[in-house]
Each structure stands twice: as structure tokens, then as C-alpha cells.
Ligand binder design. Structure first.
Ligand code: DQA
Length: 147
């Protein structure tokens, strides 16, 4: 089972960026945490991070035929990007949305998620653990329904 974890803009600055909201741990810490969880779950994991919308669209397109599912935190593009939504719909790979913070309790402009409309599940406000929950959910989903 192969899963691609995609992170959007500014998530490369985890640890530095608004630590009150996103925590003090870095993007490398996040990758280490996910890699360990995937090793335990016997999942092959790939990572992609970009600050550019089109690069994220390209990564989603290139996942087709290579990965069985996607975990995605589109970051700010969550709330603006129809292109990322369309890419997820185009490849039709099962995708799970993650947000480190609880977007529901934040600004009004964070209340809409375009990418989320193409996702089978969303985890928000769980910090880094949201990614682990997303991976476990995706594994269960793929094993039970669509392996
Ligand atoms: C985020 C929430 C978004 O609203 C924000 O733009 C981000 C990170 C999160 O993980 O909580 O960059 O996706």
C-alpha cells in the first residue's frame, strides 16, 4: 500500500510559524513521525511539500497509478483552490484532508474547504496526530473497500 502525504504552503516553516497555533515542532519532525507510523503500519509513504498551487496540482496528477491514496493538508489553498479540488477529483484516488489547527474555530475565511469536497474524511485540530489518524483511516478504507 502506497500513500502520498502532500503539504501546502508555509507548512515547511512548521516550528517557526505561529507556534501558538501550529506547535513548536518542525516539518522534519512531522515527516519523522509519519515515517515511523507508516513503518509500523507497513505502508510505503511518499512526501511532497510546495508553496505553489500548480506544483501541488502536478503532484496530485503524478500520484495517479503510483499511489493508492493521498493525505493532504492544502494549507491556505484549502480555502481558495478549485484547481486542487479538480485535481483530486480527476485522479479519483481516495484522499483524506488534514488540518493541524481547528479551522472551524478560526476566521470566517477558513470555514470553506474546496479540497475537502473531494476527500472521504477530514481531521482538524489534532495537531500532528491528525496525519496519523488520516493514514490509519486511509489504510482501513483501502483494505476494506478498495485495495
Ligand atoms: C492549516 C489551516 C489553514 O487555514 C492555514 O492556511 C494553514 C494551515 C492547518 O493545518 O491548520 O496554512 O491547513
Amino acid at each position: 500500500m502506497k500513500i502520498l502525504v502532500i503539504n501546502g504552503p508555509n507548512l515547511n516553516l512548521l516550528g517557526l510559524r505561529e507556534p501558538d497555533i501550529y506547535g513548536k515542532k518542525s516539518y522534519s519532525d512531522l515527516l519523522r513521525l509519519i515515517s515511523t507510523a507508516c513503518e509500523n503500519e507497513k505502508i510505503d509513504v511518499g512526501f511532497f511539500q510546495s508553496n505553489h498551487e500548480g506544483a501541488i496540482v502536478d503532484a496530485i496528477q503524478q500520484a495517479y497509478g503510483v499511489y493508492d491514496g493521498i493525505v493532504i493538508n492544502p494549507a491556505a489553498y484549502t480555502h481558495t483552490s478549485v484547481a486542487i479540488l479538480d485535481a483530486l477529483k480527476a485522479v479519483a484516488l481516495p484522499a483524506v484532508e488534514v488540518h493541524i489547527s481547528d479551522v472551524d474555530s478560526r476566521e470566517e475565511f477558513r470555514q470553506i474547504s474546496y479540497a475537502g469536497k473531494a476527500c472521504i474524511q477530514t481531521y482538524k485540530g489534532l495537531g500532528f496526530d491528525g496525519y496519523i489518524e488520516a493514514i490509519r483511516f486511509l489504510k482501513k478504507y483501502l483494505t476494506e473497500n478498495h485495495a
